[in-house]
Design a protein. Structure first.
Lengths: 584, 323
């Protein structure tokens, strides 16, 4: 690209030939309004607010052009603030005002161009017919969902959406200069709390802030490019050319000697417990949402706020939501009592709210925990022994105002209580991840009735599993707090190191083996092994047990119809002899 | 030198075993040449008193087929044991009870009631049920006592060898006879006592040419209700095939023809209860984790007792209905 010299407002500058005039002017720091310009669409003048006066060559007649789509040529002289240019822009602005309803954008411009008493052409429709929305939908997104429509009774036009074609990407609302197109209608829960979602809200985002490697990724299911084939704006703006749409997923195989399972937990979803109104009343939030709110980098900047943005006057913290509950999880989640106390402390520190703790038993068993509980009592937190039974709005007529009533039985004073609060925090149970069993099968470890991974022995081998070389750390083995998880993680690391240093593994002498001479290859045992230790040898037409994988559970021994599988040290003969011994 | 003596007897059996012996075709001539036929009620006219008159151990080989379910069966079994050098339980009835053994699912009274009174084809207006002893003008006459429980031959007498099958396959019978002649003529050592002759240690699957894969069964079907794929394991197609828990030796004739193995060759050497093993094998390959669905799948197996214990009930751990 060759450079050309032009002159703007008397200043000579060099720009690349073919640049649009508007960019050259803006590079100089001269502000020209151009609401219908969007950098990733080809310029198409419709508002004409970017008009400037130009003259090509020394003796040519000056003329008014729209700078957004005028390519520069050598020797061009530009006047951005000449009377003629300003008059042209004022005329264009008056033209726009005459077709639309008042908006901030045009109102500010009217003041800037000293148009007193602008004659607004319409009461409601704020569209200025820039066509950006239609063009972005057609050209970038490719959905072609928008078109003009005649508003018949009001003598104007507006934008029509074809809901069949719309992919809800929001690009039209994003480019609309007057906010005539809004996205709010598509959302069920407006305002603060709905943004606490930990999930991505743009098609390109960091998975989470501490993610490793800490780079954004494209969520293809939300990306316009991957859904419609268009857009690619991100690759245009990326200065490092780091965006490749056709980069394939890479599956890496890593050979390891030992594995530590630290897959963690998932939060219990309290939505099915209708009595607490989670998901129904906006100020009923889960513990992790409250935690997110308290994060200085979170959605409210660390402030404790209600859905409407006000500070709560009273907060109820309900313990044991989903845990210690026969209908959901029978176990105690162990961490909730203490974080509930921490929540009370945070609420007391950040707000003037009354705080109520509704607990079954206060389990403050750790080091320094009981002392913290007493400190909270001194801070004036109301502790009520009795599980929160129900959360209802103060009155159904005024439920929009958000007031809530928590019903419970206070078992210490033997009374039924109704406590009016602004906010309810549900201390939800820790539960095993929904895919824990499937992941466990891959590693030949099993899950218990409550979904946690089972350790080899609850007392003597608390970090080992029944599969040699695979260890457990953290909540995937059972609910525990951070100190316990760290302790277990350290123990698991030490166990793994022990094996790695030794370089060899001691095996249990008890395992099942197939006596080849009696195996007929019926393959009944093939699908039975929970440890995937059995394979079929096509050539010999017999099944084979990998003794390194076998855990001597005996399932195949019982299943083998010919008795060809022998459980070493637990043979049928031994068991018959034991039975006979007992019976004689 | 006198020829070695051969005895063949049928107790509670259908006669199929005797026919299977005749079915060895021209080999039967070798039998006739080599042996002196001492006793074969099915084929020739012998009297029990003739056998009783023989000296002990004078019969070289006895092939005993049929289960023991009457006083007569036991009497002749004990008689032949005393007179024979080698006693061989021949066929499924003698060795494990077989079809007559299914009588152990019910009682003698129920069987007699049905056979003599209730069966639709019975006309018995005087309600006569045979009695062991009956008084007639000439005095008292008696017939053998039918017992409540059917037993196998090894349960009542000492048996040297077992030849399984319902009936034993003729090629296997011929092979056994050849081996016996070989032993007697050439002085070869006898196989160890208790050996199962005319069969192998593996299961029927070993001889089955069908292609087998990992089994996952969602529904059991009866053989007539589908047209089975000729190349794929019948059990994988949902047909209850007892082949996996049945001794091989028969040549897998049934499964090759598309009919599931019924289990007549009895249990392989390493298990104690064919039916129980079959149940645990079938239970292992049901493809469901949901108890209710598993119940539904199991309910599609018709007549589990008759399917899994068709041949082996008296010899099994269950033995008989205790009611």
């Amino acid at each position: 690209m060759s450079k050309v010299s032009i002159e703007i407002d008397g200043k000579p500058i060099e720009v690349e030939s073919g640049t649009y005039l508007l960019e050259a002017v803006r590079d100089l720091g001269v502000d020209i309004p151009a609401p219908c310009r969007y950098p990733y669409l080809k310029p198409k003048p419709s508002c004409r607010l970017c008009s400037v006066e130009i003259s090509e060559g020394a003796d040519s007649v000056s003329k008014i052009v729209t700078s957004c789509n005028y390519p520069v040529t050598a020797g061009l002289k530009v006047l951005t603030n000449s009377e003629k240019a300003i008059e042209a822009r004022r005329a264009a602005l008056n033209n726009l005002i005459g077709r639309t309803a008042p908006t901030t954008l045009l109102g500010d411009l009217a003041a800037q161009f000293k148009i007193d008493n602008p004659k607004w052409g319409h009461k409601y429709v704020t569209c200025i017919f820039c066509k950006l929305c239609i063009r972005v939908c057609d050209e970038l997104v490719g959905a072609k969902a928008l078109s003009f429509k005649k508003v018949t009774d009001q003598d104007t036009t507006s934008i029509k959406l074809d809901p069949e074609k719309c992919i809800l990407c929001g690009a039209c609302a994003f480019v609309c200069p007057t906010n005539h197109i809004k996205l709010e209608e598509a959302q069920d829960r407006p305002v603060v709390h709905s943004e606490m979602s930990l999930g991505p809200n743009a098609a390109i985002s960091l998975t989470f802030r501490q993610a490793v490697p800490n780079v954004p990724r494209i969520h293809t299911e939300q990306c316009i490019h991957f859904t419609m084939g268009g857009c690619q704006v991100c690759s245009e703006v990326c200065p490092k050319d780091a965006i490749h749409y056709d980069q394939p997923d890479q599956i890496e195989e890593i050979e390891v000697g030992t594995v530590i399972m630290a897959t963690g937990f998932q939060d219990f979803d309290p939505t099915p417990m209708k009595q607490f109104g989670y998901g129904k009343y906006p100020n009923v939030i889960s513990a992790i949402e409250f935690e997110q709110m308290n994060n200085a980098a979170g959605s409210t900047g660390g402030k404790i706020l209600l859905e409407n943005g006000a500070e709560p006057r009273s907060i109820a913290i309900l313990h044991c939501i989903g845990s210690r509950d026969d209908n959901y999880h029978k176990y105690c989640s162990r961490v909730c009592c203490m974080y509930a106390l921490k929540f009370a402390h945070l609420a007391k520190e950040k707000t003037d709210a009354e705080v109520y703790q509704l607990y079954i038993d206060m389990r403050a068993f750790g080091k320094g925990y009981e002392e913290f509980y007493h400190r909270l009592l001194d801070e004036g937190v109301n502790v009520i022994r009795g599980k929160g039974a129900e959360v209802v709005p103060v009155s159904y007529k005024r439920s929009a105002e958000g007031g809530l009533i928590v019903r419970c039985e206070d078992t210490l004073i033997g009374k039924f209580r109704e406590i009016p609060v602004d906010m309810v925090i549900l201390c939800t149970a820790l539960e095993a991840r929904s895919d824990a069993a499937a992941v466990g099968r891959k590693f030949n470890i099993s899950t218990g009735a409550d979904g946690w991974y089972i350790e080899a022995h609850p007392k003597l081998a608390p970090v080992s599993t029944t599969t040699e070389g695979i260890f457990l750390a953290g909540v995937c083995q059972g609910a525990k707090d951070i100190p316990d998880a760290v302790a277990q993680g350290s123990a698991a690391a030490a166990q793994a190191m022990r094996l790695l240093n030794k370089g060899e593994v001691l095996m249990d002498a008890a395992y099942a083996e197939i006596q080849e001479q009696f195996c007929s290859g019926c393959r009944i045992c093939n699908g039975l092994c929970p440890y995937n230790a059995i394979s079929y040898e096509e050539a010999k037409k017999v099944s084979y047990i990998n003794s390194a994988l076998c855990k001597a559970c005996g399932t195949c021994v019982a299943g083998c119809p010919t008795g060809a599988i022998k459980a070493r040290h637990f043979t049928d003969e031994q068991i018959y002899a034991q039975i006979e011994g007992i019976l004689t | 030198m006198a020829k070695p003596k051969l005895a063949i007897y049928w107790a509670a059996s259908c006669g199929g075993c005797d026919i299977a012996i005749l079915d060895i075709e021209d080999k039967i001539l070798d039998v006739a040449n080599f042996f002196d036929l001492a006793f074969w009620p099915c084929a020739a006219d012998f009297k029990y008193k003739d056998v009783a008159a023989m000296p002990d151990k004078s019969i070289t080989l006895t092939l005993f087929n049929g289960a023991i379910r009457s006083s007569e069966n036991l009497e002749i079994a004990e008689l032949l044991r005393a007179k024979s050098v080698v006693m061989c339980a021949f066929g499924s009835c003698a060795s494990e009870g077989c079809i007559p053994g299914l009588a152990n699912l019910t009682t003698l009274k129920e069987i007699c009631d049905y056979a003599y009174l209730k069966s639709p084809s019975t006309v018995n207006p005087e309600q006569i049920i045979p009695q062991p002893k009956t008084k007639v003008p000439e005095g008292e006459i008696s017939i053998p006592v039918l017992w409540n429980t059917v037993r196998t031959l090894p349960q009542v007498i000492d048996v040297d060898y077992i030849i399984p099958g319902c009936p034993p396959q003729s090629n296997q019978i011929a092979a056994v006879i050849e081996a016996v002649i070989d032993i007697l003529q050439n002085g070869k050592p006898l196989p160890p006592k208790g050996t199962v002759l005319g069969a192998t240690d593996k299961s029927c699957c070993d001889e089955c040419p069908r292609k087998r894969d990992v089994k996952k069964i969602k529904k059991f079907v009866r053989p007539f209700s589908i047209v089975p794929d000729p190349d794929i394991c019948l059990m994988e197609q949902g047909i209850v095939c007892c082949g996996p828990a049945t001794r091989s030796g028969c040549g897998a004739k049934c499964v090759i023809a598309g009919v599931p193995c019924r289990g007549c060759y009895g249990l392989p050497s390493h298990i104690r209860d064919q039916g129980a093993k079959m149940v645990s094998a079938i239970g292992s390959v049901i493809d469901s984790q949901d108890p209710e669905e598993i119940e539904r799948i199991i309910a599609t197996i018709p007549d589990p007792m008759g399917t899994f214990y068709r041949f082996s009930l008296p010899d099994s751990l269950l033995r008989r209905n205790q009611a």
